[in-house]
Design a binder for this molecule. Structure first.
Ligand code: NAD
Length: 257
């Protein structure tokens, strides 16, 4: 029996990167997966790719910063699978800038997507799941634990996702909803997000950044998106039935020493 048979999942920001790898793993475990993303072109291509592999997925255009779009996305998941069992709040952006040069616009945009997006998703997701139970997994980052000078707004957004997840997890547990909420903290993962960050700096700086990441990571490499997806799939499954409000580091040992 597959671990997520008869479940319906919604994964945000799933047109590429960690979200796409997660949608694939959740679907391989037998669930129906609604892939949502702000980019309809990439999202549709991703969904077609997975459907071509025999997986039960559907694409839905969705900006996580938009509350009304969230309501439509949750309805679309219920239309697709009959209910909503698993929500993965994956969509996120990273805009470079330190505390002195981060513009107010970049700060607000980052928080709108990375934090407000998770707030809307959890609030509406809990409302959709609280009668039958379910599971929410939020993508934070090691940068929600450790300060990085050039990631002021990103640091703030991911640190807030961490503690908001704990607050919601304890609330749901005490209310007896049968909803588990956990946070996953990737280290550096080989995705378009990292590729864009490297492409936006001069080549010698990009090389220095890559060298620093690899030498600073005890396992000596970046993660593959599937390595994050595997952990999310475990948290979504009944094998993680006693885990809620937890911090799961998937960082190759970065924060261990
Ligand atoms: P990515 O940039 O490769 O993919 C992100 C996806 O989100 C894209 O398809 C993009 O179109 C979509 N998206 C962007 N804004 C959106 C919005 N407003 N609404 C809906 N979709 C939107 O990113 P990734 O590297 O796969 O990262 C996924 C998550 O993991 C993010 O929350 C990120 O902060 C987190 N994370 C990534 C890394 C890493 O090294 N890649 C490390 C730690 C945490």
């Amino acid at each position: 029996m597959k671990r997520l048979a008869n479940r319906t999942c919604l994964v945000t920001g799933a047109a590429e990167g960690i979200g796409l790898a997660t949608a694939k793993r959740l679907a391989e475990e037998g669930s129906k997966v609604l892939i949502t993303d702000i980019d309809p072109k990439k999202g549709s291509v991703a969904a077609e790719q997975l459907i071509g592999q025999g997986l039960h997925v559907r694409f839905f255009e969705h900006d996580v910063a938009d509350r009304a779009a969230w309501e439509r996305a949750i309805n679309a998941a219920r239309d697709f699978g009959g209910c909503l069992n698993v929500l993965v709040n994956n969509a996120g952006i990273a805009i470079s800038g330190n505390i002195e040069n981060c513009s107010l616009e970049d700060w607000q945009r980052t928080l709108k997507v990375n934090l407000d997006g998770v707030f809307h998703g959890m609030q509406l997701g809990i409302s959709a799941m609280k009668d039958a139970g379910g599971c929410i997994i939020n993508l934070a980052s090691i940068e929600g634990f450790l300060g990085e000078p050039m990631a002021a707004s990103y640091n703030a957004s991911k640190g807030a996702v961490r503690i908001l997840s704990k607050s919601a997890a304890v609330h749901c547990a005490k209310a007896g909803y049968g909803i588990r909420i956990n946070c996953v903290y990737p280290g550096f993962v080989d995705t378009p997000l990292v590729a864009h960050a490297l492409a936006n700096v001069p080549p010698e700086q990009a090389l220095a950044m890559q060298t620093k990441v690899i030498s600073r990571t005890p396992l000596g490499r970046m993660a593959h998106p599937s390595e994050i997806a595997n952990v999310i799939t475990f948290l979504a499954s009944d094998q993680a039935s006693y885990i809620t409000g937890s911090d799961l580091m998937v960082d190759g040992g970065w924060t261990a020493g």
